[in-house]
Design a protein around this ligand. Structure first.
Ligand code: HEC
Length: 121
């Protein structure tokens, strides 16, 4: 930040709030990712959501349907981050909808990592 840009202007609190709140946001985002998994109740809800809602297009066994299979073998070439991105943003021009209104980034990452392992029943 160019703190010296207006030497004649007395520094205000706001000048210092901006970088520190940006730092706090980064710390929050990092700790959410570091937390890793949603709590067990939410995990159960997400498992049902994936089996039912995602399954309506990707097949109840996630073996493929309108959407591609979501099995570990089918997703082998995609990183967890890429899968989470697809879940959150959808695939433009394809029936795959964006889920960011319903799922947090943490939840999408959890689903993505479980799909890579073999999704729980
Ligand atoms: C309305 C139907 C529909 C629903 C519901 C749906 N998908 Fe999809 N999804 C698709 C289609 C179609 C594609 C393939 C898009 C393409 O050809 O690139 C796709 C692609 C994907 C891909 C990329 C697969 C790959 O190999 O490139 C992932 C990952 C994925 N979906 C995950 C999910 C998850 C997780 C959910 C539930 C949260 C979900 N989808 C719900 C239709 C759907």
């Amino acid at each position: 930040m160019p703190a010296q840009r207006k030497p004649g202007v007395r520094p205000t609190r706001r000048r210092w709030l901006l970088p520190s709140s940006a730092g706090a946001l980064c710390a929050t985002a990092a700790s959410v990712l570091a937390l890793g998994a949603p709590d067990p109740v939410r995990q159960a809800q997400l498992t049902t959501l994936v089996r039912q809602d995602c399954g309506s297009c990707h097949g109840m066994t996630l073996g493929g349907g309108l959407g591609k299979p979501l099995t570990p073998a089918a997703l082998a070439d995609l990183q967890v981050d890429s899968i989470a991105f697809i879940i959150l943003e959808g695939v433009p021009g394809q029936p795959m909808p964006p889920w960011k209104g319903l799922l947090t980034a943490q939840e999408a990452h959890w689903i993505a990592s479980k799909l890579k392992e073999g999704f729980p029943e």
